[in-house]
Write a protein that binds this ligand. Structure first.
Ligand SMILES: NC(=O)c1ccc[n+]([C@@H]2O[C@H](COP(=O)([O-])OP(=O)(O)OC[C@H]3O[C@@H](n4cnc5c(N)ncnc54)[C@H](OP(=O)(O)O)[C@@H]3O)[C@@H](O)[C@H]2O)c1
Length: 326
């Protein structure tokens, strides 16, 4: 019988694609998810409803599973406060580590992020490139990754750390606003737009995660996973416009005043527990240089991204259109 895999955050964007593919490949799948609509959970999936900050729930979720893929993070909530980000990303990961140890799990595949490298200076960045987290999310993801790597050195549980590049594909609404504004010819470029962007098509990333399961060559390793093409933002906007069949955006405003406005929004909203309409992490999209090499995972595990940058944008547009959002 195939092994049982626990996917934390199994009804998130990455988590739900992982669950689908794992089930397709015959794995038994359990997810740990915060209670949402039951429509988020594929048929035949065992669900433990609960919060990653609840140690007892995480212990329960890891009982009798062979391997754990840990994807939970407070990724979507750019303006969340420091304590919440730390509790979910760092203490939540600590709960997963403890549960893996206590339940003699064979392998923990921890989902980190290329964000631990922040905006990279020399491109393409590799797994050994210096850490340079630029915001609360990236700082807490780094703290969690370091704890997982420490755990790897001192425990019998095999550990693999994956740093996905910027995910794109059906199921993600993060890029919708960008696509929709470009389509309506309302998109305004902020700053010079000369930073690099590298999309990682969701199915390729899922393949990368699954390649690591039970793979001795992945034990104790860190891999950057994603597509292998990067482009300057200016070119990305043109590619999106081409795929949408509209004119490339041409209006541009300077970066500094927008950054100032984002700081003000955060200062006003965050103390009241409100999600700021504009926050610095959103603006950082225009500033951060994201260009990475996926050579290590290709050479070591035979990973091969199948979906080109243009095709990943096209498929995402197709999905937005099918959902009636574009
Ligand atoms: N998307 C990207 O471009 C990207 C790039 C690099 C790395 N990553 C990493 O990939 C992973 C998945 O990201 P994603 O894009 O799939 O984000 P996502 O859709 O927001 O998925 C995260 C999941 O974690 C769950 N979660 C959050 N807080 C929780 C808590 N306290 N207890 C239990 N569950 C909780 C969320 O549930 P709710 O829906 O209830 O909040 C959601 O199901 C994250 O670790 C992220 O850091 C993402």
């Amino acid at each position: 019988m195939k092994e049982k895999i626990l996917v934390t955050g199994g009804n998130g964007f990455l988590g739900s694609h992982l669950v689908k593919e794992l089930k397709q490949q015959g794995y038994n799948v359990r997810i740990l998810a915060r209670r949402k609509g039951s429509e988020d959970v594929p048929d035949g999936t065992e669900v433990i409803w609960g919060d990653i900050r609840d140690k007892a729930i995480v212990e329960k979720a890891a009982k009798d599973v062979d391997r754990v893929i840990h994807t939970v993070s407070n990724f979507r909530h750019g303006g969340s406060d420091k304590d919440e980000a730390h509790a979910i990303n760092v203490e939540g990961t600590r709960n997963v580590i403890c549960a893996c140890r206590n339940n003699s799990v064979k392998q923990l595949v921890h989902c980190s992020t290329i964000g631990v490298h922040g905006s990279v200076k020399e491109i393409p960045a590799i797994e050994e490139t210096d850490y340079n987290p630029g915001d609360l999310y990236q700082q807490t993801k780094l703290e969690a990754e370091l704890e997982v790597r420490e755990f790897s050195r001192e425990s019998d549980v095999h550990v693999t750390v994956i740093r996905p590049i910027s995910l794109i594909g059906p199921g993600d609404k993060r890029m919708l606003k960008l696509f929709s504004m470009i389509k309506k010819n309302k998109f305004i470029k902020i700053g010079p737009c000369d930073a690099y962007f590298q999309p990682a098509y969701i199915e390729d990333v899922v393949d990368g995660f699954i390649l690591c399961l039970g793979n001795e060559k992945a034990y104790g390793e860190v891999f950057i996973i994603g597509g292998d093409e990067y482009v300057r933002l200016e070119d990305l906007f043109t590619i999106i416009a081409d795929q949408l069949g509209v004119k490339a955006p041409s209006i541009r405003i300077p970066l500094q005043p927008v950054l100032l406005m984002a700081s003000v929004c955060e200062a006003v909203c965050v103390p009241f527990g409100l999600e700021p309409p504009l926050h610095r992490r959103r603006v950082s999209f225009f500033q951060n240089n994201r260009a990475f090499s996926v050579d290590k995972v290709k050479k070591q595990l035979g990973y091969k991204p199948k979906v080109s940058l243009k095709e990943s944008i096209k498929r995402t547009i197709d999905w937005y259109e099918a959902e009636g959002w574009l």
